[in-house]
Design a protein around this ligand. Sequence first.
Ligand code: ADP
Ligand code: MG
Length: 235
Amino acid sequence: MIKIQHLTYRYPGSDSEALRDVDIELPPEHVFAILGQSGSGKTTLLNCIARFLTPTEGTITIDGTDISSMDRKQFRSCLGVVFQNLNLFPHLTVMGNMVLAPIKALGKSPARANQEAGAMLEKLSIAELADRYPAQISGGQAQRVAIARGLMLQPRYMLLDEPTSALDARTTADFAKWLAELQQETCFIIVTHDLPFARQAATHGVYLNGGKVQAVGEIEKMIDQQTEATESNEA
Ligand code: ADP
Ligand code: MG
């Protein structure tokens, strides 16, 4: 469980808070969506959870441990991040991308890392991509490869920032199904403004507005309430 308590973040030099007293519990074994309009604080929240930003106030714990007290290795084994621009190395094949962190960060032998990467690609049904370079695969395939690469470190939680921004509707639907199949082992936390995708992929979510939690809970109910609230405001 990721527990966020009284989280406030103010960018240096800014006179307003990008996140204000945010309290959220992200249960394990769920796909959790962070929703909200542009400027509502989604990326700031993701960056606080990923430790790229240090909260101005409040705490974030993962399975009971404050993330600020974890060493780098402990933190990386808890939580992985896949960014919007994916950061696949263009000069390495899919396999080359997959084995880099296990060899460099975990000290695995190349033979062992290759074997594990092959098994991971197989498990995620993308084994045929192993020898291709990032320029030779589609956007949807690259998104899966980036997640597969992140899963090589076996994090319990994985943050995905706008994973469908480069995908068309059909690929997005396939991707949502694919993610749902992986959720038993890894808990995904998805930052997205794509409501149809959130409905397909997530079970729970939070809706941010002006840096505050506007709604939190089961995804269907939350999106329905949100849509009604927006429509009644506009009426
Ligand atoms: P979202 O991801 O939901 O679009 P952000 O987390 O990027 O929202 O932004 C939340 C608020 O913080 C916005 O008001 C934005 O202008 C502000 N903000 C974002 N990044 C910075 C920054 N580096 N410096 C100052 N203010 C920022
Ligand atoms: Mg953002």
